[in-house]
Design a protein around this ligand. Structure first.
Ligand code: OAD
Length: 255
């Protein structure tokens, strides 16, 4: 399928000074990482991720949940950010106000070079204590697992938000503000099904933003967005960037 970007999307992006982006698991799909709702593979296929990613599951069987995250951490470390992550690093350079909000815990945006990231659901490369909540600087994968908190003796857990847990309030406030203030909002690679992140594109739309969804599959956002760009983020974002950067180059040459 030949991908092309509608002219109105290019013009809106060129004219904007405030752009907010929300990413989900789909942006890491082209790095070879299965999305959250895709069937899990191998040993983990018999588990439902929504049942492993809960405080109750960790309390019941800390080692099982720890091992699941260790498996995902290894898979992510062996993979690389893809052209979609890199395109967002470059896109940011074109705006005075650019906010990147991610639901992903994989750290690929950071590895690609983005620095101002609101990680709404945490990051699986960090850990904190399940009991006292204090972050730990690291752990020994060869030692007792899950590792033990040096302060209180509780188990260390991944520093991610699990089902049934609240999101970090300050980050959520920042994300709402960025959604409200954006002129263009890009929702990329998310099923837009998990609250409160799923409300961000709606908030931006209500506040007058131009909403663009990038996803190969139709989601509930596709009909309310100004445009649904159907296709993989790793192809669409670099193309989008080419159009935006191309225009700036052309106007520099004119002057
Ligand atoms: P999902 O797994 O629900 O959705 C992934 C989305 O990415 C789907 O809509 C796919 O169609 C789309 N997709 C697949 N390949 C793509 C590609 N190459 N380019 C663009 N899009 C592609 O993942 P999320 O929406 O991120 O939360 O899930 C949100 C949250 O649900 C996760 O952060 C997780 C889970 O609950 C927690 O763990 C707290």
């Amino acid at each position: 399928m030949e991908l092309s970007i509608p002219q109105e999307v290019i013009e809106r992006l060129r004219a904007a000074s405030r752009v907010t982006v929300l990413t989900g698991a789909g942006i890491s799909a082209e790095s070879g990482i299965p999305t959250f709702r895709e069937a899990q593979i191998g040993l983990w296929s018999k588990y439902d991720p929504t049942e492993l990613a809960t405080p109750q599951a960790f309390a019941r069987n800390p080692r099982l949940v720890w091992d699941w995250y260790a498996y995902r951490r290894e898979m992510i470390q062996a993979a690389q950010p893809n052209p979609a992550h890199y395109a967002l690093v470059d896109l940011e350079q074109h705006y005075e106000h650019f906010t990147l909000i991610t639901q992903n815990v994989d750290g690929f945006h950071w590895r690609a070079g983005s620095r101002e990231i609101i990680e709404l659901h945490g990051n699986l490369n960090r850990v904190r204590c399940f009991d006292c909540g204090v972050p730990a600087p690291g752990w020994d994968e060869e030692g007792e697992l899950p590792p033990i908190c040096a302060l209180c003796g509780g188990y260390l857990r991944p520093d991610v938000v699990w089902f049934g847990e609240g999101l970090p309030e300050q980050k959520l406030r920042q994300a709402y503000r960025a959604a409200e203030q954006s002129q263009v909002f890009l929702s990329i690679g998310t099923s837009a099904a998990v609250q409160p992140a799923a409300s961000l594109p709606l908030i931006s739309l209500r506040s007058g933003a131009f909403l663009v969804e990038i996803n190969p599959e139709e989601t509930s956002l596709a009909i309310i967005a100004d445009y649904w760009l159907q296709g993989p983020a790793g192809k669409i974002l670099p193309l989008l960037l080419q159009h935006i950067a191309g225009e700036e180059q052309a106007s520099e040459e004119d002057t």
